[in-house]
Design a protein around this ligand. Sequence first.
Ligand code: ATP
Length: 290
Amino acid sequence: MEVVDIFARAKINLSLDVIGRRPNGYHDVRMIMQSIDLHDDISLYRSKGSGNIIIEEASGSVPLNKDNLIYKAAAVMMDKYHIKDDLRVVLKKNIPVAAGMAGGSTDAAAIFKALNIMYELNLTVEELCSMGVKVGADVPYCIMGGTALSEGIGEILTPIIAMPYCDILIAKPDISVSTAYVYNEFDKLEEKKHPDVSAMSNAIKEQDIRKISKLLGNSLEGVTIQKYPIIEEIKENMLGKGAIGALMSGSGPTVFGLFDSMNKAVIAADHIRGLGIAKDIILTKPYNAQ
Ligand code: ATP
């Protein structure tokens, strides 16, 4: 195939527990990941050449050089499968950057999948994931997608049944959060919060959206809110406008709210927009491929 078009979906963490720090600086986590419908659009083109990777993106919000995770993913595959063509990647970035929604990891995951299709490599999800983890801890999950328990540094994945349907409001304040900073500050805490990840997994299996909303929890949330109280303000406003639960995703600063009606989610979105406390406000829903 000369061209492959693919969606790269964002994720939220319904539960995120940081269990410990390894000597190499990586953290052991237990997380419940959920893909959402919000996605970047990626088109991959190949042409005869000498193995160049060209990335095009119009907004200027991400690096277009070797620092882009798309580049890293393509380089891993090209090296391993001796791909000598030139590759051109046209990226339309819809997922807010440095937001805690795995925007870079999901773009990388999409490139692994797209190259698998383009060159008819017939690689399994497991084979793609073992290459993906070299690019980033969240890449294997993004390759798999859906609803999953993620353990280890993120590479041990157990799929679980899809979360029940709900409307999801995403709101990201106009700040950038360094993941390294958040984990460093978390390591220094004497009292660390640990959400009940197993209970969340059970609530999903029971398809109980109210229980899911009650159990939302993120070990890192307190650290990021301490530095950026606007995150708490967004949460409170979502809950005040009818969210059945709200939480910061990943290391932040994005907040997501779960709603049992689209109408309430739209009202909450308008309210938050009116307050001017979020730069990106997006209505979406869970995504589980069938
Ligand atoms: P995570 O939830 O995995 O912690 P994130 O959503 O917080 O990820 P990203 O959007 O992946 O963060 O961006 C983190 C950094 O990665 C940014 O500073 C950005 O410059 C860099 N980056 C590299 N490639 C990409 C990409 N394709 N899309 C977005 N960011 C990228």
